[in-house]
Design a protein around this ligand. Structure first.
Ligand SMILES: Nc1ncnc2c1ncn2[C@@H]1O[C@H](COP(=O)(O)OP(=O)(O)OP(=O)(O)O)[C@@H](O)[C@H]1O
Length: 557
């Protein structure tokens, strides 16, 4: 638990150390100000009967205390205001950076499957787990620092008056400060179960809703609801356990503060008339500290929850990326995009059968190579390897003469564009979806790509044209329309190598025929790897290869 939390502070929030420390310092100042206010009030009340005892300890009393109290009164709310502002600002900035860090780590690790691909669970990690980290600072470190300062100040102040009174009061207060922290590790298991249940709950919601049509068509909503209820019950049970731990910490903390009050009272009674003033002061101080210490039980639960969240984040973020970036990346050759594959060996996992066993393949510059093969023969896997979404276990792939393994993935993807088999449209405008491939492209270039993909006419007929929103995963378009827009996006990319994985999937025969017949114009000057189940006779490939048994065999179509 401690290691994960230390890592959050040292690794993720290092850049915010100044702001975080500043916020905590203001919180400490606000707590001490609160203490000073009640101490002065206590001294004022005690002054009448205990001038001598207070003066002996060098403390002001009576009217002098009340006079000092007045200017401090408006300072206290100001300090609390500044504390809220600074600590929350520091937290929001730290969390925003943490979200970005996690998103980047996921983006590097997801392509070949993280074993955590349930969208709901990942969403939970990105949103809820990152959010739970705020408890580490806002609900544990900040109140912890303020409470520690308050307890130390009480011990010092009372120590000047009566050391035994100081010990009798400060000891239970110190225990009230430490008890929730000591209980935190025990709460960690409940917190981990709550965080995992939250992930399962999100997955149980997002999965059936993402495929709502299939869920409804199969009359499966009842089963989905039952799974949701199950996940909800598990979450409620875990949260109940966590709340019980928090309540236990709260009760214990309350008990210890009461013990400090009783100790002050008892000492005052035992000390006789001389003890009244110090005991009154001690009572006021304990009441002041109770406000700060009252936040500590939440601190224990917040620490446990933050530790559980941090563990889930690191668990996902620490997975090795499927393709490691080269330690010393080679520069991409200024020109040339011929692809050469030699003796390629690849399996998705050690326990999975190999997809390629000694694959040799050449895609010279400007060539159009058609790759055929039965379902599962590795056509899409080849595209993944060329895009560096997966790394071969043996053999070599070169691009323009440079070994792909030595090139940064971003450089490779700048030279090889791909229309994947399940290309996705995002919930944005048509223009924005197209510009994903070429952010600087002018509208005229978008229209050219739309023409080439045989979808320009359709977009022109839409009332909002290029500004029409596509809906999540292109939900506002038909399957064929979405496919053609994805195709236009691939064609818009300036990359000199184009991989088109089943480009005509979902198109009617006429449109398929039209598009494939115009491949020459649409892909002029580029190399094209055309992945298809079958050729329809209009593609005019320069070479046809069939993937069989992990190798590429020349074929005739
Ligand atoms: N991300 C992945 N993780 C694990 N195994 C995978 C992954 N992608 C593909 N596979 C496996 O690799 C093998 C080749 O799959 P691939 O998708 O490359 O075939 P394909 O020729 O494109 O098939 P299809 O024509 O049906 O699209 C299959 O056995 C498949 O189960």
């Amino acid at each position: 638990m401690r290691r994960d939390l230390a890592r959050v502070l040292a690794e993720l929030w290092r850049g915010h150390a100044g702001r975080l420390a500043g916020g905590a310092a203001v919180a400490v100042a606000a707590a001490l100000l609160g203490l000073a206010l009640l101490a002065l009030a206590g001294l004022g009340v005690a002054g009448a009967g205990g001038q001598a005892a207070l003066a002996g300890a060098g403390l002001v009393s009576g009217l002098a205390a009340l006079a000092l109290l007045r200017p401090l009164v408006p300072l206290r709310p100001l300090a609390r205001y500044a504390e809220r502002l600074l600590t929350h600002e520091a937290t929001f900035r730290a969390l925003a950076d943490t979200r970005l860090w996690f998103f980047r780590r996921l983006a590097e690790r997801l392509p070949a499957g993280l074993g955590l691909r349930r969208a709901g669970d990942l969403l939970g990690r990105l949103v809820a787990d990152v959010e739970a980290l705020d408890g580490l600072y806002l609900r544990a470190l900040v109140p912890g620092a303020a409470a520690l300062a308050a307890v130390l100040a009480i011990a010092l102040l009372l120590g000047m008056l009566a050391p035994r009174l100081a010990a009798a009061v400060a000891l239970p207060l110190a225990l009230a400060l430490l008890a929730p922290l000591a209980l935190a590790p025990a709460a960690a298991r409940a917190a981990a179960a709550a965080a995992a249940s939250q992930g399962a709950l999100r997955a149980a919601v997002v999965d059936p809703l993402t495929g709502l049509e299939d869920t409804l068509a199969a009359n499966a909503e009842g089963r989905a609801a039952a799974r949701l209820a199950e996940a909800g019950a598990a979450l409620a049970a875990a949260q109940r356990r966590l709340a019980m731990r928090g309540a236990l910490g709260g009760a214990l903390g309350g008990l210890l503060v009461q013990a400090a009050l009783l100790a002050a009272l008892g000492w005052g009674l035992a000390a006789g008339p001389e003890g009244v003033a110090p005991a009154l002061l001690a009572l006021f101080l304990v009441v002041a500290a109770a406000e700060t210490l009252g936040l500590m039980p939440r601190a224990g639960a917040a620490l446990a929850a933050a530790a559980a969240a941090a563990r889930r984040l690191f668990q996902a973020a620490d997975q090795p990326p499927p393709v490691a970036e080269p330690a010393a990346p080679a520069p991409l050759p200024p020109r040339g995009h011929a692809i050469r594959i030699r003796d390629l060996r690849f399996a998705w996992a050690p326990d999975r059968p190999p997809v390629f066993e000694g694959l040799d393949l050449d895609v010279p510059e400007g060539a159009r190579v058609a790759i055929l093969g039965p379902s599962g023969s590795g056509k899409s896997t080849l595209a993944a390897l060329l895009l560096k979404l997966a790394a071969p276990q043996g053999g070599r792939i070169t691009l323009g003469g440079a070994d792909l393994a030595t090139l940064p993935a971003a450089a490779v993807r700048g030279r090889i564009a791909c229309l994947t088999q399940d290309a996705r449209l995002f919930d944005d405008t048509i223009a924005a979806n197209l510009r994903l491939a070429a952010p600087e492209a002018e509208d005229a270039a978008l229209w050219r790509a739309l023409e080439a993909a045989r979808v320009a006419e359709l977009v022109r007929a839409l009332p909002e044209g290029l500004e029409t929103r596509c809906g999540e995963a292109g939900a506002r378009l038909s399957g064929g329309q979405a496919r053609r827009l994805a195709l236009a996006r691939a064609l818009l990319s300036p990359a000199p190598v184009l991989i088109l994985d089943e480009p005509a999937a979902g198109l009617d025969t006429e449109t398929e025929c039209e598009f494939l017949a115009t491949l020459d114009a649409a892909t002029a000057g580029r190399s094209v790897i055309l992945i298809v189940h079958r050729l329809i006779g209009v593609e005019r490939p320069t070479r046809i290869l069939r993937l069989i048994g992990g190798r590429a065999i020349p074929a005739t179509g």
